[in-house]
Write a protein that binds this ligand. Structure first.
Ligand SMILES: Nc1ncnc2c1ncn2[C@@H]1O[C@H](COP(=O)(O)OP(=O)(O)OP(=O)(O)O)[C@@H](O)[C@H]1O
Ligand SMILES: [Mg+2]
Length: 344
């Protein structure tokens, strides 16, 4: 092959190949290295042995017969078995007598674009569920206040005792529980605007630690601190950051066994930008890998008495602060949640 064309093909950003009528590779460009193969190793092998097809997408323009141009999306495994989503276009290759002697193909990796598309779809679904949910939540709020008020009137008028009193107490507690769920949901779906001011992160953290003291005492959980000598000021809405830290501390304490230890660590980072990172780590139950993608979804909970709003609220608070929240976890071993806030 002419050197110029060879270089052109080799430097293309997509994977390009030619196969003979038996499906064996006669040419493949250098991008095959990205798939874990050496060029020499791939040549002569059946294409389908090198790129193992794991699943066909919908966008295929059949018929799948030799000598017909076609484009389709599918999942292909690389040498290590890692799956990638790709779009393949193939067309027949003819010799000078217009006889089909093989096929050439171009493959481009759409894994990232596909992941982004899925994420957007998921967010859209959540947004429409959110609108529906907020509507329902508002509708529930008024009758709920009415039930609460009437229960209070009845308790005052009847002065129930014994079992009757117990029934009233249960009903009142459940109403309070429902109110909390509804308020948390409305607050998540339509959060009050953040009021950002330069404030002391240390003060906020100390306040939050004081709040969780009683919860810790119940389970005899100890909190250890790893703070730098100077904790930077951050641009924040301290009530919201208090809420975010509280939510992750509560999760850590709830996940810990009795007598467990929860660590809170603060670090200043200067790259890529000036930020402060707050990490809460526990050695508790951990998070199942399959559950990981849902933990930030509103109402996702694995707890009997959880509402599943905690982390979704943390995520929305951190996004409003141009910060972030990240979770690392190993099932049955540990969970680390890191919040970052810009300080620069
Ligand atoms: N530190 C942790 N250890 C183990 N699992 C966790 C931890 N933090 C969160 N999770 C998992 O993520 C789920 C969602 O957490 P989130 O805080 O959003 O809701 P919740 O704690 O279940 O309920 P709520 O916070 O509304 O009372 C939890 O039910 C739990 O399965
Ligand atoms: Mg929680």
């Amino acid at each position: 092959m002419d050197n110029f064309y060879k270089r052109l093909l080799d430097n293309a950003s997509d994977l390009i190949w030619v196969i003979d009528m038996e499906g064996k590779i006669t040419y493949i460009n250098s991008n095959i290295a990205d798939w874990g193969y050496d060029k020499k190793e791939a040549i002569g092998k059946p294409l389908l042995d090198v790129l193992t097809i794991k699943g066909m997408g919908k966008r295929s323009s059949v018929p799948v017969e030799f000598g017909v141009s076609r484009t389709f999306e599918m999942q292909v495994a690389d040498k290590c078995g890692d799956l990638r989503r790709v779009v393949v276009s193939s067309s027949p290759l003819q010799n000078d007598d217009a006889k089909i002697i093989g096929e050439m193909g171009i493959l481009y990796d759409v894994t990232e674009a596909h992941a982004m598309e899925e994420k957007l779809k998921h967010e859209e679904r959540l947004a429409s569920l959110g609108r529906l949910g907020t509507g329902i939540a508002h509708e529930i709020r008024n009758p709920l206040s009415s039930i609460k008020m009437n229960l209070a009137i009845l308790v005052n008028r009847l002065h129930p005792t014994g079992e009757d009193k117990e029934h009233f107490t249960i009903a009142q507690d459940e109403v309070i529980n429902l109110e909390r769920i509804v308020t948390e949901f409305i607050d998540y779906a339509k959060p009050s605007p953040v009021k950002l001011r330069r404030q002391s992160l240390k003060t906020v953290i100390e306040k939050t630690l004081a709040v969780v003291k009683t919860v810790c005492a119940e389970k005899e959980v100890t909190i250890t601190r790893d703070f730098p000598p100077v904790i930077p000021m951050a641009l924040m809405d301290s009530a919201k950051i208090h809420q975010a830290i509280l939510n992750i501390l509560l999760n850590a304490i709830q996940a810990s066994p009795d007598n467990g230890v929860v660590g809170i660590k603060i670090r200043s980072l200067s790259s890529p930008t000036e930020t402060v990172a707050i990490t809460v780590a526990d050695s508790g139950r951990g998070i199942d890998q399959d559950d990981m993608k849902f933990v930030f979804d509103p109402f996702f909970t694995t707890k009997d008495d959880g509402t599943g709003m905690g982390l979704s609220i943390v995520q929305s608070i951190m996004a409003n602060h141009n910060g972030s929240v990240a979770i690392e976890s190993e099932l049955g071993k540990e969970t680390k949640v890191t919040l970052t806030l810009p300080t620069g």
